[in-house]
Design a protein around this ligand. Structure first.
Ligand SMILES: [Zn+2]
Length: 392
């Protein structure tokens, strides 16, 4: 059994150990077991440590059949003594987030009767699941109190209480526990059965933030950010908010009103544009004499998709050829719709797309697509192409 050095000293970054076994895994990796280790294996929702063992890179640490296994990129000689070094910045980040989670879970339990039913701590994301829903207001309260626990800079300790003491101790745990139970204690906030390394004092957590939550399995899933993660995200959000506020010409803390107004204006303009497009399409259709012969090709630079479709379908009823409607310009390219009456248009799509230096698709009644060709080339193509002939 490997001695767990991280159990009594979460801040140990380097150590020496003897290699007990080394076996080759799938994918060219090696699985190394040591007589002692400071590498914490993935468990209880927390990711495993990475770092180095001698010349080998430790890419992951896991537990298999009660054994701590270091996944390395090269073999290590059995019986040799190796120097281990863990990637402490990644570990410390996890310690900050894990200890923050204990405070939040302890508070949620005490204040709202929530039980933590899920915890996932990866290098980019921490989520905590509670068995009952919480409101944004309740989460804000939790966040404030968790931050208070950080400012109080309380000691965080771990110990193995006797079986007798455990029977009377009020602590959080997930399911039934066997053997010695390690209880992590944060005075006034939480006692929880946990095998993971934690920060020494709550002040080291730095800060606690819970920006997002969603309903999850009858309860709630919270996204938790502690330490540098919380600061990084707050900085990024602040920058984005400042840029948005500047665009709205409003103070940062009321720029949502500005964005709402802009969005309402955009919606009104979209509806007006669609109505104008319809009117323009109808006027252009009316200008085509019934019984026209040959293909029709319209260029309406600003017509939107609905208008293009309406014009193409309406005008093709008045000719024995096809009707194509283009919006855009030679410089930026064109979007188009093409309609034909009683023609297998879908079968022509590839050929039309290639001829217009673009692509299109749709049904036998209507094709839509993009064209990179110039207006002159497009007009020449439709003037000289008989779509009935193309079918033969
Ligand atoms: Zn824990």
């Amino acid at each position: 059994m490997t001695e767990k050095l991280y159990d009594s000293d979460a801040y140990m970054t380097s150590f020496s150990a003897r290699v007990l076994s080394c076996t080759e895994d799938e994918g060219g990796r090696f699985s190394v077991v040591l007589d002692r280790t400071a590498f914490f294996p993935e468990s209880g929702g927390q990711g495993g440590d990475t770092g180095r063992l001698g010349e080998a890179a430790v890419l992951h640490t896991g537990e298999d059949g009660g054994e701590i296994r270091h996944s390395t990129d090269r073999a290590l000689p059995v019986g040799a003594t190796v120097e281990g070094e863990i990637d402490f910045s990644a570990r410390f980040d996890r310690m900050q987030n894990h200890t923050g989670e204990h405070i939040v879970s302890g508070l949620a339990h005490r204040l709202f009767g929530c039980t933590n039913v899920g915890f996932h701590l990866s290098d980019s994301e921490t989520t905590v699941d509670f068995d009952r829903p919480l409101t944004r207001g309740e989460l804000d309260r939790l966040e404030e109190l968790a931050c208070e626990a950080v400012y109080r800079d309380l000691p965080v300790t771990a110990r193995y209480p006797s079986e007798q003491e455990l029977r009377t101790l009020d602590y959080r745990s997930k399911g039934s526990l066997h053997g010695a139970v390690r209880v992590v204690h944060i005075p006034d906030y939480d006692d929880c059965a946990c095998c993971a390394p934690h920060v020494r004092r709550t002040g080291e957590i730095g800060g606690v933030s819970m920006p997002d939550f969603m309903r999850y399995k009858g309860g709630v899933r919270i996204r938790l950010l502690c330490g540098a993660r919380a600061a990084r995200e707050a900085r990024a959000c602040y920058r984005e908010l400042s840029a948005a506020a500047q665009l709205c010409r409003l103070p940062r803390l009321s720029c949502a009103d500005g964005v709402r107004r802009l969005s309402e204006t955009a919606e009104t303009l979209r509806a007006e544009n669609a109505a104008l497009s319809r009117a323009l399409a109808d006027a252009r259709v009316a200008s085509v004499p019934a019984g026209t012969h040959g293909n029709l090709c319209f260029f309406e630079p600003l017509l939107e998709e609905g208008g293009r479709r309406r014009l193409a379908l309406g005008a093709c009823e008045r000719t024995d050829g096809v009707c194509a409607v283009f919006s855009g310009s030679d410089r930026e390219g064109y979007r188009f719709c093409l309609a034909g009456h009683g023609l297998p248009l879908r079968g022509y799509a590839d050929r039309i797309g290639t001829a217009l230096n673009g692509r299109c698709g749709g049904s036998d009644e209507l094709l839509s697509g993009r064209a990179g060709a110039s207006r002159k080339t497009i007009e020449r193509y439709f003037a000289g192409t008989g779509f009935d002939a193309a079918r033969e």
